[in-house]
Write a protein that binds this ligand. Sequence first.
Ligand code: IMP
Length: 191
Amino acid sequence: MKLLIASGNKYKIYEFKVLFEKYKDIEVVSLADLDDHDEVEENGTTFSENAFIKAKYFYDKYKIITISDDSGICVPSLNNEPGIYSSRYSGHGDEANNDLLLKNVEGKDRTAFYECDICFYDGTEPQFFIGKCYGTLGYERKGVNGFGYDPLFIYEGKTFAEVDLETKNKVSHRALALKEFIKYFENKYSL
Ligand code: IMP
């Protein structure tokens, strides 16, 4: 069976593929494997809506059962911003996004959570799986691993950029959402 991961983000693809390694009968392909660089407009108003928009677009294109995720970091003291705008927060990439978040959270409560909504779509009813991971925002970047806001996001005393992927994969928003998805997937296909 083939499963398409509708993402071109190499970090996300790696995180997904590691979690699927044990299923020898499932061939996991990503948009990178298909050399597909289509940009799908994420014009939903929630993570789930955006995940569905992407899953449907690529399912319709390839007719391969598809999972897609939309994720981001939410800061309750900033009305849950950057939220769905996480990747485009500053308009100038990860470094500028981190700078802007540090500036905006100055003097405010630094509680933050990552959210990941996964959509599974096989041409029938879409299924959604949601994972959240709570932490706080540091005052400066720490660590070199991960991507996006990881150098700022502190979970149990260390930023996600200071821990290895194996550690992040045990607790991350994406891992939690994937765990729920895998339960559903195993049940659906009697794996
Ligand atoms: P997406 O690719 O549209 O889901 O956007 C996700 C954006 O949210 C990324 O560009 C990052 O800015 C942020 N983000 C989501 N998950 C993570 C994570 O695990 N670490 C760091 N940043 C993340």
